[in-house]
Every structure is written in C-alpha cells, then in structure tokens.
Write a protein that binds this ligand. Structure first.
Ligand code: PLP
Length: 429
C-alpha cells in the first residue's frame, strides 16, 4: 500500500516539474526575502506558485497554467478579479487625487455605508484587519480601565494577534486569559474568575482561519450575557464573517457585541480595516474632546479605499448578492459532504455560506481542538491534487467563493475532489 509520505513526495515532484518559472522566481525571491516570502500564509511546499495575472475567477501562473480561483484572497477577493465596476471606481478615485493629506467626502460616504449596514453607532478606518483589532482592544482597555483580554484558543485576529497553540511569538504583548471556543461552562467560569482584570472578550462568530467553525448560539449568548453583566467589552471580529449575512454574522445570530471589527472585502479589494460600535466607546477617539485617544494612520482615509469600498458595498455586494453567494456556498458544502458520505472517506466540509473548509476528518468539528489530530499531510495532498486539476484553494483546505464563481465552477470543484478521492482512496481509510 502506498504511504502518505511517498504520495506527497511524488505530488511535490510533479508540481515542481510543471512549474519551472515559479521555481526560478522562488530562487530569486529567497535572495531578497526570508524564504522568498513576505506573507507567511502563502508559503507552500515545495515552493509557492507565482501568479502572473488574474481575470474573473481565473488565476494564471507564471508558467501559463490557469486555475479556478476558489481561495478568493482568503475572503477579501469577493468581487473576483477586475470587476468592471471596481475598475471604474478605482480609475475615478485616481483621477480625483490620491494622497490628499486632508479630509474628503469619500470617507464620510464609506462611513455612512458601513455604519448603516453593520449597525455601528460610529466607525473608524484603518489599513488592515490587524490594526482594526489592535485599536478595538486598545479602546476596550481605555474604556474599562482594565488590562487583560480574553481571546479564544485557535483564534486569529491578525499577524500580531494569533492564538493557535498559545500566543504567537510575534504577538502584541497583551495579558491574555485564553478561553476555549464553544465551551460554554468553562468560559463562563473563566470570565467570572477574571472579571476584575478583563477589558475585552474577542472572537469571530465563526472561526475563519481556525477552520470555518461556527460558534454555537449558546456560546455567543453566554458571552453577551456575562460580558454585559461584568462591564467587559465584547468584540466580534467580523473581518471575514461579515460577508456571510447582509448585516454580518452578528445580525444573523441576533447578538450585538459592543464593538465589531471589519476588513478584507469591505474596502472593495483595497487595503482596509475598520472598528466601530457603541457610541460611548468610540467617542473616546473624538478629537474635539479633552484627553481624547489618538488614532493615527497615514492611509486611514486613503481615497482609493474609501471610494472603491463605498461603490463595492452599495452597488456590488448588495443584500441580494450576499444572500445569493451564501446560498451557493451552502449548496456546494452540502454537495461536498454528500460526496464524502458516498465514498465513506474521512473528509468533512465545514463553514457557513460562502466560506468553506475541507478537513481530513470524519468526526464533528466544533472547536479547534477537534482538528488537532487531523493529518496535515492529507491537506497538502488535496491542495496539490487540486492544483493538478486546475483548482486553487488554500493549503489548509480553506475556500471563499467570489461573485465570479458560477454553479458550473462549483461542479468543477466537486469533480476535482472526487478525482482526488478515487486517486488517493488507499491513503484515506
Ligand atoms: N481578523 C480575521 C478574522 C482575519 O481573518 C484576518 C486576516 O486574515 C485579520 C483579522 C487580519 O486582517 P489583515 O490581514 O487585513 O490584517
């Protein structure tokens, strides 16, 4: 019987043989960037593909192969590539002037759109989701006068806020009380025990990078109840999940946190982040008030993001478009799980709506711990096999559908996964 290691080695060799230009670019890149990389999540073995161009839902790599793009830039690329309305808005913004060093109407417009859609009293813009979360946590600490924060084990809120297997060594030095996602009673007790020090509880209503694992309504209700009772700021990181419902996942759950953070697609594909929510917290940043909190950022109100973001959210990712995209994702996830059942393989597709993650596991996945014993090599093999079939997803199995992905593209993925299953049947029993 073939071993997983042998299959993986062969798949990597085949990948390397197909992609000599990407390999050459990796050699050049490694001379000037550590490991040839400037964004860790994109590094894959034996070396990453270098994409030369993109159009619609298609990526073309440096060696001329086309791929169906189902990664959707880790959920930021919801509009697909070169959406005509996005291009038009970007050109208009460029023509009006880029680096104004001044207030302008564009930021007012985007703030109006975002506060209305996501039920925020007030909002502030940043350049990334990481910064939005850093600022939301800082606001919570100032507001409460307390120091510690409670993230979830396995939570991801940006490069300096990463909590898989404890805190990442490059994290911002917050005092953290780690909680277990979806563990209602343990977390309730932890909040009670640490209430005097806790400024904020922060989580995604569905873990995105953590494997597309939805929070249970009971868990979110408990968090809302306990934080409200103890004066702790509840922050929902909706950088990814806000795309899953017209008003974000908090609206779908019917649970409003004190602060929300946004990012990714809301800026129309430009660099973007935002934090906002309750007036009494956000007003800390009002510069007309004595001792207001500073919030800097040269590009916070850059005209490109402000203009394109407002157009994207009002003209393209409308409530109808959002509902349709998420319905397509739900159908695709169900088809994948049917396929896994039919072949009786240990695979599972998790997520909600247009965000999907395929795991090499057959059991219920309700927390990051449920994934601990899964075999990383099987994920790599799926990734490499799908590339061979012309389909691009994240190496960890993550996908985020863009508006350019059609029903027949979804069928193509199901067929490619079926080819992987039949090809690798011996390995997955
Ligand atoms: N929060 C969540 C839930 C994310 O998924 C990410 C990025 O993947 C971030 C925050 C960080 O956003 P950015 O990469 O824009 O800093």
């Amino acid at each position: 019987m073939p071993s997983i290691d042998t299959a993986l080695e062969e798949a990597m060799d085949a990948f390397a043989a197909r992609n000599p230009t990407s390999r050459a670019l990796q050699v050049r890149a490694a001379a000037v960037m550590p490991g040839g990389n400037t964004r860790t999540v994109l590094f894959t073995r034996p070396f990453p593909l270098r994409v030369a161009k993109a159009q619609g839902a298609t990526l073309t790599d440096a060696d001329g192969h086309d791929y169906l793009d189902l990664l959707g830039e880790y959920s930021a690329g919801i509009y697909g590539h070169s959406h005509p309305r996005i291009l038009e808005a970007a050109r208009a913004a460029l023509e009006k002037g880029l680096n104004l060093g001044a207030h302008h109407e564009g930021e007012v417009k985007l703030a109006e759109v975002v506060t209305k859609r996501f039920h925020l009293d007030l909002v502030r813009f940043t350049n990334s989701g990481t910064e939005a979360n850093m600022m939301a946590l800082a606001a919570a600490r100032s507001f409460t006068g307390r120091r510690s924060i409670m993230p979830m084990e396995g939570g991801y809120h940006g490069g300096t806020l990463y909590f898989a297997h404890g805190a990442s060594p490059v994290n911002a030095p917050f005092d953290c009380v780690m909680a277990r996602f979806n563990d209602v009673e343990t977390t309730r007790r932890l909040i009670a025990e640490n209430a005097d020090e806790l400024a904020a509880v922060i989580l995604e209503p569905m873990l995105g990078s953590g494997g597309c694992i939805p929070a249970s309504p009971e868990f979110l209700s408990m968090l809302r109840e306990e934080t409200a009772r103890r004066g702790i700021v509840l922050i929902f990181d909706e950088v990814m999940t806000s795309r899953l419902h017209p008003g974000g996942l908090s609206e779908k759950f019917g649970i409003e946190p004190d602060l929300k953070t946004l990012g990714k697609y809301v800026g129309g594909g430009m660099s973007f982040g935002a934090f906002g929510g309750k007036r009494e917290i956000m007003e800390l940043f009002d510069p007309t008030r004595p001792n207001s909190l500073p919030h800097a950022g040269t590009f916070n109100n850059n005209t490109l993001t402000m203009t394109v973001g407002a157009v994207a959210m009002t003209d393209i990712y409308t409530h109808e478009a959002c509902n349709e995209l998420n319905a397509r994702g739900n159908i695709l996830r169900a088809k994948l799980n049917d396929l896994f059942m039919r072949y009786q393989v240990k695979m599972k597709a998790t997520g909600q709506g247009s965000m999907i993650c395929i795991h090499p596991a057959a059991h219920d996945i309700t927390s990051p711990e449920s994934l601990e014993k899964t075999d990383k090599r099987l994920r790599q093999l799926l990734f490499l096999d799908l590339l061979e079939e012309g389909v691009y997803i994240a190496e960890r199995g993550f996908m985020a559908l863009s508006l350019m992905v059609t029903d027949s593209d979804c069928e193509r993925l199901v067929e490619a996964v079926e080819t992987h299953i039949t090809r690798r049947r011996d390995l997955q029993v």
